[in-house]
Design a protein around this ligand. Structure first.
Ligand code: SF4
Ligand code: SF4
Length: 463
């Protein structure tokens, strides 16, 4: 039996699973396709301690730093290329892209100042620009800058018309003479798939006026304005003139738990800033369990006005005013009103590369990349392949408490396939026990079930 677990993805789900595994003596290989750990929460997507009981932008970097000190090997800019073998004895072939900047980087920012190449910063919903040599946000882990070679002038290979960053780097941390890509092999007993989710691009929102006026924005852009570390210092303002809006229309495209949780957090923040009128236009009154109801009550308690209906058109009528036409469900005719800020939500989808990754792992998915879960032993975490478990939004959208609960149980189930630290010489559990050792004791199936239930009950009480 191997003594390692491969965790794919370093958002809330991946970090939680990795830390739980490490705490129980299991070696972890944690891979992340981005240059820094954290996933959506690290970039403050719908971050609210009051709503989620978890302040992602604060917690994720802290957790990432903690993970780096444990029994966890962290590989950024890395993706799984191939998985060979069976549960208990997998060989993972991991493809890792070059960072071009070593740990000698002291984050002095000199390279950032001189770099002539810019690109939208996807960690800030694209409303700010970053350079080709960059770190996505303050407090990121790893702290070393990275070079996005697609944006850098020095692409393709061996073509070096620019050396500005190299010349100003006193710490000699930048090196272009490295392979663009390396392949690393790791032996692991199990895999935890925790790739999270992505939000659809704003392209489909053109029909609602997105792109026609700066004050028609997505909820990701709004999130950056709400962030204290964002470009407006945490104050919601109109991108057209930096004025505070008075009338905001928040258009909710679905009433799934995740979407409503985001709406609750963002509407509450806007109303705290004394924005007079926040109207939430939503498609239905569908309810999805107790936690959903709690979020929905939060939207109503913070004095947002709820209107059930569907958006028809958003038209800028002058520099300052957006005319909105929508069809209220209870009314026979469409309604037209003026707002000075319109927020559009986009549907969330599986993470980039999720379909390809599911194919590499040979696990069943729903066609768009969300992994089918709950199929065998392993409960909600089981995929169609033994030894491969899924946690968090990789199998569908969830809020943070659900994600954490799933991550903990995925960690427990994956421990069935590894020889934990302190295992007996032949690595076998005593008769009647499973292959899972927690805090130095072998667990029975019943004990595992009880532990998972206790964790789920505790966490699902939130918010
Ligand atoms: S790469 Fe060099 S110049 Fe750039 S931030 Fe790091 S130490 Fe400073
Ligand atoms: S080589 Fe030039 S373009 Fe590339 S990261 Fe350095 S300064 Fe920027």
């Amino acid at each position: 039996m191997m003594d390692s677990v491969l965790v794919i993805g370093s958002g809330v789900a991946g970090l939680r699973a990795a830390l739980d595994l490490a705490k129980n003596g299991v070696s972890v290989v944690l891979i992340e396709r981005e240059p820094v750990l954290g996933g959506a929460m690290a970039s403050r997507l719908c971050d609210s301690e009051e709503t989620f009981g978890f302040a992602g932008s604060v917690e994720v970097p802290k957790v990432a730093h903690a993970a780096a000190k444990k029994n966890i090997e962290i590989l950024t800019l890395a993706e799984l290329a191939e998985l060979k073998g069976t549960a208990g004895a997998f060989t993972a072939m991991i493809r890792q892209r070059a960072r071009f900047v070593t740990d000698a980087c002291t984050q002095c920012r000199h390279c950032h100042t001189v770099c002539p190449q810019t690109a939208p910063n996807q960690f800030q919903a694209g409303i700010t620009l970053r350079k080709a040599v960059y770190t996505p946000f303050r407090g990121a882990y790893p702290a070393a800058y990275a070079i996005d070679i697609e944006t850098c002038l020095n692409d393709p290979p061996n073509y070096l018309p620019c050396q500005r960053c190299v010349e100003v780097c006193d710490d000699k941390a930048i090196h272009f003479d490295v392979p663009r890509e390396t392949v690393i092999a790791r032996q692991v007993g199990a895999v935890v798939l925790a790739t999270g989710f992505a939000v659809e691009g704003a392209g489909e929102l053109d029909a609602y006026g997105y792109g026609a006026h700066p004050d028609i924005m997505t909820y990701l852009e709004l999130e950056q304005l709400i962030a204290p570390t964002g470009p407006s210092g945490g104050f919601v303002e109109k991108l057209s003139n930096q004025a505070s809006p008075e009338n905001v229309l928040y258009i909710l495209h679905d009433t799934g738990r995740f979407a409503v949780a985001c709406a609750a957090a963002q509407c509450e923040k806007m109303l705290e800033q004394e924005i007079k009128n926040v109207v939430v236009l939503h498609p239905s009154t569908t309810r999805e369990g107790d936690a959903f109801v709690a979020y929905w009550h939060k939207v109503t308690r913070c004095n947002a006005t709820l209107v059930q209906g569907a958006i028809e058109r958003v038209t800028p009528i002058d520099d300052d005013t957006l005319r909105v036409r929508y069809k209220e469900a209870s009314q026979p005719l469409s309604t037209t009103e003026n707002y000075d800020l319109v927020v559009l939500t986009t549907r969330a989808q599986a993470a980039p590369g999720a379909v390809e990754l599911a194919n590499v792992l040979n696990v069943e998915h729903n066609g768009s990349g969300f992994v089918k879960a709950g199929q065998a032993i392993g409960g909600v975490n089981a995929t169609s392949q033994p030894g491969i478990y899924v946690a968090g939004c990789a199998s569908g959208l969830k809020d943070v408490p659900e994600t954490i609960a799933e991550s903990k149980s995925a960690a427990v189930y994956s421990m069935r396939h590894v020889a934990a630290r302190g295992a007996s010489a032949d690595g076998d559990a005593p008769a009647g026990h499973t292959g899972v050792m927690v805090d130095g004791k072998w667990l029975t199936d019943e004990q595992i079930r009880q532990r998972i239930e206790a964790v789920l009950l505790h966490l699902m009480e939130a918010p």
